[in-house]
Design a protein around this ligand. Structure first.
Ligand code: ADP
Length: 216
């Protein structure tokens, strides 16, 4: 269960402060956070990911208040519990697809698991690229590798920032379906932030963000 309570954020020196709606999403369930560009969606996602520290409020995953964690403890928590998918894929280009996934496990302090890497790639229909460099794949294929990397730590929370915005209709619906099916299979919470209206029908719960309020 992901729960947020009274989450606020203000960029240093900025005139606007963000106050985000409270979220409660059960394990295996999903939510879509929709809003126009500039509404603060990425900021929200970075708070949920523990990449930004909230000015106020709490983020809890299965009862752990991770907004209270800092430094190495937060890094460890994130590495083991949270899988991140961004709009554009970021990989180490010197490494193959499989090596990039293996690195994600190692960075999180988890033991190697060759079989899990293989079955994850198979589940996403990209096992034939296991030994290739990610840069040689199409944008849609790279996005599936990004999802694979987010899954190899078997996270409790999967967060995706505009995962489909750069994709055509066919790839967008495929990526959306894969995110939903894999999250449900893992029993993970799935939260997607986007302005991509194509995703609306894929999520039983849609939270809409409006413009941020002036700080005072
Ligand atoms: P969205 O993802 O909905 O487009 P963002 O969370 O990226 O929105 O940004 C919302 C607003 O927050 C931006 O319009 C900008 O004014 C402000 N903002 C984003 N990042 C920073 C930053 N690093 N420093 C200062 N202001 C920022």
């Amino acid at each position: 269960m992901l729960e947020t309570h009274d989450l606020t954020y203000r960029y240093p020196g900025a005139a606007l402060s963000f106050r985000f709606p409270d979220l409660q999403v059960a394990a295996g369930d999903r939510a879509l956070l929709l809003g126009p560009s500039g509404a603060g969606k990425s900021t929200w996602l970075h708070l949920l990911a523990g990449v930004l520290t909230p000015a106020g409020g709490r983020t809890r995953l299965d009862g752990t208040d991770y907004s209270a964690l800092r430094g190495a403890a937060l890094d460890r928590f994130r590495g083991r519990n949270i899988g991140l998918v961004f709009q554009r894929a970021y990989f180490l280009e010197a490494l193959t697809v499989t090596e990039n996934l293996a690195l994600a496990r190692r960075t999180a302090g988890l033991p190697p698991d060759t079989r899990l890497l293989r079955t994850t790639l198979e589940g996403l229909g990209i096992d034939r690229y296991a030994d290739q460099r990610p840069g040689r794949l199409s944008v849609g294929e790279q996005q599936r590798v990004t999802i694979a990397r987010a899954l190899v730590n078997r996270p409790k929370l999967i967060l995706a920032d505009e995962p489909t915005s750069a994709l055509d209709n066919r790839n967008a619906s495929r990526v959306s379906a894969l995110l939903r099916s894999r999250a449900a299979e893992l029993g993970a919470v799935l939260v997607v932030v986007t302005h991509d209206e194509r995703l609306r029908g894929d999520f039983p719960r849609v939270v809409e963000l409006s413009e941020p309020a002036p700080a005072n």
